[in-house]
Design a protein around this ligand. Structure first.
Ligand SMILES: O=P(O)(O)OC[C@H]1O[C@H](OP(=O)(O)OP(=O)(O)O)[C@H](O)[C@@H]1O
Ligand SMILES: O=c1cc[nH]c(=O)[nH]1
Ligand SMILES: [Mg+2]
Length: 213
């Protein structure tokens, strides 16, 4: 698995405000979106393209355009929804599918409660969005599921990742025979005893959308 952690001061600056416990939900949502746009620039470096003949007012030339089928963007609900706008701003022709997953806070196992994806993903390039890679369980399940449905190139984008989650995802995708890339805004120090990223930012879903009991 390829891991990309862009070294960019604007990403570090925005992440600092995102982490700050004083940042309110509207500001958190705006920062998550802006960070996604910056990460999307890296994540889409190898988006599939094909040659495209055009004429400028001066001369004919060959450029490129996105290949068909267009990439599929899949935010993992809830928190991944906070990254969607930032991604589709750069990739407006992408299709969007949804996976709803919730981590059981006792066992730390992910449970999938919603699924709205195209039936056939064969040959599709997929961008999977979730701000937090903690134990890696949610992302690993999502990658495995998309690969089983035929996706043949998966890029996971998160805002923060724990080293433990990166290793777990790496072990899990090693069994798949497709390229998997992880783009993350930060590699944090560790997980704490209840599976939260340290220093992290708390519960991303709650900070975006408020606490659901
Ligand atoms: O790497 P893991 O240990 O699996 O943890 C990460 C998952 O936990 C969070 O979701 P959560 O279950 O809190 O759901 P939410 O987005 O609805 O808040 C986060 O958005 C990831 O999906
Ligand atoms: O730190 C964490 C870990 C899992 N999910 C979150 O939202 N935050
Ligand atoms: Mg949550």
């Amino acid at each position: 698995m390829r891991v990309i952690n862009p070294d960019h001061r604007l990403i570090a600056h925005k992440l600092t405000y995102l982490r700050d416990e004083r940042t309110d939900s509207p500001t958190f949502r705006r920062l998550a979106e802006e960070l996604m746009t910056l990460l999307a620039y890296e994540a889409t470096r190898e988006v599939r393209v094909e040659p495209f003949e055009i004429r400028t007012p001066v001369a004919p030339t060959t450029g490129i355009k996105l290949s068909n089928p267009k990439p599929l963007v899949v935010p993992i609900l809830r928190a991944g929804l906070g990254m969607l706008e930032g991604m589709v701003r750069l990739l407006p022709s992408a299709e969007v599918g949804f996976l709803g997953m919730q981590r059981d806070e006792e066992t730390l196992e992910a449970v999938t409660y919603a699924n709205r994806l195209p039936d056939d993903l064969s040959g599709r390039q997929v961008y999977l969005l979730d701000p937090m890679l903690a134990t890696g369980g949610s992302m690993a399940d999502a990658v495995r599921y998309l690969a089983e449905r035929g996706a043949d190139d998966i890029t996971c984008v998160c805002l923060l990742a724990a080293p433990e989650g990166i290793s777990a995802l790496e072990d899990s995708v090693a069994a798949l025979d497709i390229p998997v890339t992880l783009v993350t805004g930060s590699i944090d120090e560790r997980l704490n005893e209840v599976g939260y990223i340290v220093p992290g930012l708390g519960d991303a879903g709650d900070r975006l959308y408020g606490v659901v009991q």
